[in-house]
Design a protein around this ligand. Structure first.
Ligand SMILES: [Zn+2]
Length: 107
């Protein structure tokens, strides 16, 4: 499954880039709060969206790194819970998964 590793490495780069972009967006903030209330609440809503997106990117990145580690250990195709092989179709649909469909459904 060399392809899956490549997919995950690409995904890792993409997620790091995304995470950095959200971070940069957050760091640009901090100007004077001289706008009217409506602007401030819009701004606040945007910040919450960015925060949620950044959190999502971080969670996904953690999952990708975890899957890569298992591939490098030669366990990439085995379910982390039951040790059974994870289906090929599932790995293609979710390259960063580390559990089989049965275990995912049981969770
Ligand atoms: Zn399983």
């Amino acid at each position: 499954m060399a392809d899956r590793k490549q997919v995950l490495e690409g995904l890792r780069e993409e997620l790091i880039e995304r995470f950095d972009r959200y971070q940069a967006h957050k760091e640009q903030k901090g100007g004077p709060l001289d706008k009217d209330t409506e602007d401030q609440s819009t701004e606040l809503a945007n910040d919450e969206v960015i925060e949620a997106l950044q959190q999502e990117a971080e969670d996904e990145l953690r999952q990708v790194l975890h899957a890569l580690k298992r591939i490098e250990a030669g366990e990439g195709d085995a379910c982390e819970h039951c040790g059974e092989p994870i289906g090929e179709g599932r790995l293609q649909a979710l390259p960063y998964t580390t559990i089989c469909l049965d275990c995912a459904e049981r969770q």
